[in-house]
Ligand binder design. Structure first.
Ligand SMILES: Nc1ncnc2c1ncn2[C@@H]1O[C@H](COP(=O)(O)OP(=O)(O)OP(=O)(O)O)[C@@H](O)[C@H]1O
Length: 264
């Protein structure tokens, strides 16, 4: 995928010098990047390279030891996430941000119906009319290729792929501008993965979403992202346009990563 943005516009997200240590062990350190509206950034690297730590820092689920994350609000004002009050940040995350987790059970309310899962997020943006909420939830189920007649079924009655699609509907119904995704397709059958990736790709393009996607799968990065960052040992060792990094990796570790996938 290739895509360009206006270099002059203020980034949606600006990450500077982010670091997290677990005791003496480096989770990630010295990570800086900008993300613009509509841009998809893949974070790749082997297990333990720091991908989840970085994503969880950006989601403010972990406290950084150093660094900042600035976000441009809909009002145009840019704010440091860690300087915000807890309530303000929570509201932002529930409306303007999404977080699609690898394990759908962590991103869904498993005891609540499909319609309830989608409607709940909508209510956080102020929707109150039951009929409208139900109709919008039904529309979103259709958009993620779930039969809207299953609106009253719970996620426990859904397959793994359907759960992930429901999680996507729940996250996108509020029309967020930024969505974090943590290995959204791993653990699913290959054919289910392909369908889900196709769906994600179309929705991201249609809604003009900015996305940070963590994946260990370079094919996922190739398909979805404009830019990618390669992490190793908690540090970003290479960063650039996805096609460039995959076709012409500069760092020996990225070369190894790319060639080992090609050889597989
Ligand atoms: N809660 C924790 N306590 C101690 N060390 C941790 C903790 N979480 C992560 N680490 C360490 O931080 C480093 C980065 O781990 P992280 O989970 O961010 O990597 P990752 O690339 O997301 O790996 P995976 O793909 O396996 O999830 C690793 O050395 C890991 O052992």
């Amino acid at each position: 995928m290739s895509g360009l943005h206006d270099q002059d516009e203020v980034p949606l997200l600006a990450v500077r010098g982010l670091a997290k240590y677990y005791g003496a062990r480096r989770g990630c350190a010295n990570v800086s990047f900008d993300l613009h509206q509509g841009e998809v950034l893949a974070i790749v690297g082997e297990s333990g390279s720091g991908k989840s730590t970085l994503l969880n820092l950006i989601a403010a689920e972990l406290e950084p030891d150093a660094g900042s994350v600035a976000y441009r609000l809909r009002s145009g004002e840019t704010r440091d996430l860690f300087g915000m009050g807890e309530a303000e940040r929570r509201l932002l995350f529930r409306t303007d941000w999404g977080f699609v987790r690898q394990d759908a059970a962590q991103g869904l309310r498993m005891g609540v119906s499909a319609g309830g899962n989608v409607g709940e997020r909508l209510m956080m943006t102020g929707a109150r009319c039951y009929g409208d909420i139900r109709a919008t939830a039904g529309d979103w189920l259709e958009r993620v290729e779930i039969d809207p007649r299953r609106i009253d079924d719970g996620p426990r009655q859904f397959s793994g792929g359907m759960r992930q699609r429901l999680q996507i509907a729940r996250n996108l119904v509020t029309r967020p501008r930024l969505v974090l995704m943590d290995e959204p397709t791993s653990g699913l059958d290959v054919s289910v993965q392909a369908r889900l990736l196709d769906l994600i790709r179309n929705l991201v393009a249609e809604l003009g979403l900015a996305v940070i996607i963590v994946t260990h799968d370079l094919a996922v990065a190739r398909l979805l992202s404009h830019r990618m960052m390669v992490m190793k040992g908690g540090a970003v060792i290479e960063e650039g346009l996805t096609d460039r990094v995959l076709d012409d990796p500069q760092h020996p570790y990225s070369q190894l990563l790319v060639s080992s996938v090609l050889a597989a």
